[in-house]
Design a protein around this ligand. Structure first.
Ligand code: TNX
Length: 525
């Protein structure tokens, strides 16, 4: 069976193929693979399935790394070795047989800076990209063409086939993010790394860390040392706090970079600042430290807008954060500043926004910052629930691009149903279909395709304490948001997606991901 998918018909044909490849079907060919190239999540731009051309991994298979492809080749080897037990040496010269070849710089120009081309035939696998980020994303696709058991941590005695066919793929948007709130509850570097390894599978390329809030301050700032040592002690509901030393933060950043993820650190202000104001009395207008708070109210705190010390504090924080952040963006908060007057809010950002540029970075922040004068390079993050927003539309008209995270679609802390034990429901219940079935380029009037930098799935953690909790809320919604960010809109439809998503479940089972088995999906495995 050979089936060509064009960009325009991909969604419909994926559904057809999924039905044909169902268990018991004769269509799977002589070396049945669990999946086809048309089953990928996120859906690729173009995929041609050729199950008869599946590649068999053997103890003699080698990974050929073309020039510059060594890091991704070594990463791939690390993924494939535990379950296969094969040596899979990374070699600089292509031996021409039983090879997975990673080639940098020989890809179709359409794949751009993050896309890839993948060709799987009986005689070998060829992955091409223009950048190592593209090779890395191609490797994520390659993984999904192997049986789920490939993610087992111990040797599995079985055959290993990579589904045959070819893929040409590249993202719709450059920003495909996940946000983790480490302020309401603290997550250790090891916990954050676990999440990183889970989200890269779906071609997420940005991890936004919400590093401060009313309930706790999570990053060492050397010029204000008690922010972390004192302000880091608390967390929501009186749970234990914690913080990252700058070295630990840099270790997270480096780990993320090794997986082609950029970390965007956020310090929330001028509201959501109780932890800082409980620690340093001089950050309060009356010079008296407020009591620490671990409840989950929002909107009660505000930095002292008229005080010069406030700006010394903000500048010190931005300077130190910029110095340990290789990514271009620094998050300067801006949400729910209900205790800051509109006039003060604007005055605050007129002083603070230029500080980001002073330390060589670009601004991101919650969409309320669109009310303030911003350079067009600033990328506000939309979190409301749709409908007209004059400030947002005006900023888009001026040329600002937005990260789209509508709370009623993309917030991973919203409950799936009224029975979901974790999470909140102020933006409604967000089932798997709600999280998937929307288009970021038509969601807010005046914010069209050209004004969208990408999408992000925020996970606020008032009720989230463990990696199991993270997984239960993120899976299966996060893969849907990732697909919205990556796949062409015309390749996406719910009926096709739910079939493809169902086939991801066996992988999560092997990976130990505790996911929500939504009744909207006929789960496999
Ligand atoms: C709103 S929306 C918040 C957070 C909360 C979240 C809980 C936005 C930018 N801020 O402070 O954690 O709701 O769902």
């Amino acid at each position: 069976m050979r089936k060509t998918l064009s960009r325009a018909v991909l969604g419909a044909t994926v559904l057809g193929l999924a039905a044909m490849a169902a268990p018991g079907s004769a269509a799977a060919g002589p070396a049945p693979s669990e999946r086809q190239v048309t089953d990928l999540v996120p859906a690729p731009v173009q995929a041609i399935a050729d199950p008869a051309a599946s590649f068999r991994l053997t103890p003699f298979t080698v990974i050929h790394a073309g020039r510059g492809a060594g890091d991704v080749a070594t990463y791939l080897r690390g993924l494939l070795r535990p379950a296969t037990g094969y040596p899979l040496p990374v070699v600089p010269v292509n031996p021409g047989r039983s090879t997975i070849s990673l080639d940098l710089g020989h890809a179709d120009p359409r794949v751009g800076s993050e896309g890839y081309q993948l060709d799987v035939t009986k005689s070998g696998v060829r992955l091409r990209a223009n950048t190592s980020a593209g090779l890395f994303e191609g490797v994520q696709s390659l993984r999904q063409l192997l049986p789920s058991a490939i993610d087992a941590k111990t040797v599995q005695h079985r055959t290993w086939t990579i589904a045959g066919g070819s893929v040409l793929d590249y993202p719709r948007f450059g920003h495909r993010g996940a946000m983790l709130d480490v302020a309401r509850h603290f997550f250790t570097p090891a916990q954050v790394k676990t999440y990183i390894d889970q989200i890269v599978q779906y071609k997420i390329n940005t991890l936004h860390l919400h590093l401060s809030d009313d309930q706790g301050w999570r990053i060492e700032i050397k010029s204000w040392p008690r922010l972390a040592t004192e302000g880091g002690k608390t967390a929501a509901y009186g749970d234990p706090g914690g913080y990252y030393t700058q070295a630990e933060y840099q270790e997270i950043v480096a780990y993320a970079a090794s997986r082609h993820i950029t970390v965007v650190p956020e310090i929330d202000m001028p509201g959501h600042t109780n932890a800082a104001q409980a620690t340093y009395a001089e950050l309060n207008c009356d010079g008296v430290a407020v009591p620490p708070r671990t409840d989950i109210e929002v909107g009660y705190s505000s930095l002292c807008i008229g005080s010069p010390i406030t700006y010394r504090f903000v500048e010190d924080v931005i300077r130190e954060l910029a110095a340990i952040t290789p990514g271009k963006y620094i998050g300067i908060g801006g949400d729910e500043a209900h205790s800051t007057s509109a006039e003060d809010y604007r005055a605050f950002y007129e002083k603070v926004s230029p500080l980001v540029a002073k330390y060589g970075k670009l601004i991101t922040g919650w969409h309320e910052i669109a009310k303030t004068p911003l350079p067009t390079s600033a990328v506000p993050q939309y979190w409301d629930q749709g409908g007209p927003n004059a400030d947002v539309a005006a900023a888009a008209a001026r040329g600002n691009k937005f990260i789209m995270s509508p709370a009623n679609r993309a917030y991973l802390d919203m409950k799936y149903t009224a029975e979901t034990p974790l999470g909140q429901s102020w933006a409604g219940l967000v089932e798997v279909r709600d999280a998937y079935d929307w288009d970021p380029a038509t969601f807010v009037p005046g914010v069209g395709e050209q004004s969208v930098a990408g999408v992000e799935a925020p996970l606020w953690t008032e009720t989230i304490r463990t990696n199991d909790n993270i997984e239960y809320m993120a899976f299966p919604r996060l893969p849907g948001i990732a697909e919205i960010g990556w796949s062409p809109q015309e390749a996406r439809n719910w009926d096709g997606y739910r079939e493809r998503l169902a086939k991801q479940a066996p992988r999560w089972v092997v990976q130990g991901i505790d996911f929500y088995r939504s009744p909207q999906v006929d789960w496999r495995g």
